[in-house]
Design a protein around this ligand. Structure first.
Ligand SMILES: Cc1cc2nc3c(=O)[nH]c(=O)nc-3n(C[C@H](O)[C@H](O)[C@H](O)COP(=O)(O)OP(=O)(O)OC[C@H]3O[C@@H](n4cnc5c(N)ncnc54)[C@H](O)[C@@H]3O)c2cc1C
Length: 387
């Protein structure tokens, strides 16, 4: 599946995960702590800038390589804090890559690639989640500036990011074609403030917050692309985000499967290891089937994204299938892994309890799995058996 370079990249990340991250995951979760202590290492390895081209300070690697990174970290750590930080900052920077001009890329991307600045992505509002095209935030042009008025919710890393890609309406009457994207530098944005910090079921090492933009004035040079192109940029960004959460899920499934298998070999009931019981072997077999199928779907979607000849429809279809499937079966796999451990799996002494709490959100963000089915179903209905 991978070439020699990709295999050694995967091995390196597995080693970093096992030796530098895995043992800290429970504490970051328990103390709701962003993984700053590992931030320098991630930065040194260039992981925040993996997909950013070399001319802007990144490693210039492919979506497949990005998926390899997340899969390896998932398999070696199952830690949502580090993967969430890498996924979210990359998501925040994607609109700059996709729609920014040369000057904007040179201005912001090197800081993001080096890890000096984190990025966040903010489209969701209290009344518009799945229906992101109906946001009501506004950005009104005043000469060479825009005045942004927005109340955003659920912005991951919103309280630690230097740059926030925010989506607002520059035209109220044009539907999704009235949405534009802006970069807000939080160090220099009077009127910007962080509101409520959400208390979450899982992913507690990544803050998710409300953001207030009360007449934040940004120069025209902070608008990404032409007015009205923001929604298309957001959707293209989320396609990459969907592969990220799929790859993360594939890795986490591998972690859970191994954990359950090792436990089943050690634990004896009725005088023999649990792993000798066919009931337990069948659970492990079902985990393996789901894991392998999700892995194929994820790397297929990553390759579709890397292929410049892929159409938007192909990208939408492949990434939606990978996201919906991988994150649905992730929930099943972690639940069955806990079942293999019996009562011990329910306790905080084992990582599966944390992974179970972390996993639920993957079916919800980057477009809920119902919305992925809307995308898939619409395309199947259109193309029928000719696909
Ligand atoms: C922890 C966390 C982190 C997040 N991080 C970010 C972030 O960094 N940036 C950001 O912008 N947003 C972020 N979000 C927002 C996230 O993307 C939204 O929560 C998600 O898109 C769903 O929107 P909603 O919660 O408003 O649910 P709703 O849209 O209200 O949906 C509720 C239910 O109805 C279903 N539903 C809605 N419409 C349809 C339909 N047409 N057909 C079928 N079913 C439908 C949904 O699938 C869901 O089951 C985050 C959310 C959470 C919880």
């Amino acid at each position: 599946m991978f070439d020699a370079d990709q295999k050694s990249f995967r091995d390196l990340l597995m080693e970093i995960g096992r030796e530098r991250i895995r043992d800290k995951a429970a504490r970051w979760d328990r103390e709701h702590e962003f993984p700053w202590e590992i931030h320098e290492l991630l930065s040194e390895q260039g992981l925040y800038g993996l997909m950013i081209p070399e001319e802007y300070g990144g490693l210039g690697r492919s979506v497949v390589d990005f998926a390899i990174m997340l899969e390896a970290l998932g398999a070696s750590t199952a830690d949502g804090a580090v993967m969430g930080a890498l996924e979210t900052s990359s998501l925040g920077a994607q609109p700059i890559l996709l729609a920014g001009d040369e000057e904007q890329k040179k201005r912001w991307l090197p800081e993001v690639a080096s890890g000096e600045a984190l990025c966040a992505f903010s489209i969701t509002e209290a009344d518009t989640g799945s229906d992101a095209g109906s946001i009501t935030s506004t950005a009104v042009r005043e000469g060479d500036t825009y005045r942004i008025r927005a109340r955003k919710v659920f912005c991951t890393l919103g309280s630690v990011a230097r740059y926030i890609t925010v989506f607002a309406k520059t035209s109220k009457d044009s539907g999704v074609r009235g949405i534009s994207a802006f970069v807000v530098d939080t160090r220099d944005a009077p009127g910007f403030s962080v509101g409520r910090v959400e208390q979450k079921m899982g992913l507690r090492g990544n803050p998710t917050v409300e953001l207030n933009f009360d007449d934040v004035v940004v120069p025209v040079e902070n608008r990404l692309g032409e007015e009205g192109t923001g929604f298309a940029t957001a959707m293209q960004t989320l396609a990459k985000g969907r592969v990220a959460v799929s790859a993360d899920s594939v890795g986490v499934m591998e972690f859970c499967m191994r954990y359950a298998a090792e436990y089943a070999r050690d634990r004896k009931q009725f005088g023999r290891p649990l792993s000798d019981l066919q009931a337990i072997q069948f659970k492990l077999a079902d985990m393996a089937i789901k894991h392998e199928t999700a892995r194929q779907a994820t790397f297929h979607a990553a390759r579709v994204l890397d292929d410049p000849a892929s159409s938007r429809t192909e990208i939408g279809h492949a990434t939606a299938i990978a996201k919906a499937y991988s994150t649905d079966v992730r929930m099943e796999v972690v639940s069955e892994a806990i079942q293999v451990l019996g009562g011990y799996g329910y306790m905080e002494d084992h990582p599966l309890e944390r992974i179970f709490r972390d996993s639920k959100i993957y079916q919800i963000f980057e477009g809920t799995n119902e919305i992925q089915r809307v995308i898939i179903g619409r395309e199947v209905a259109r193309a029928g058996a000719s696909r």
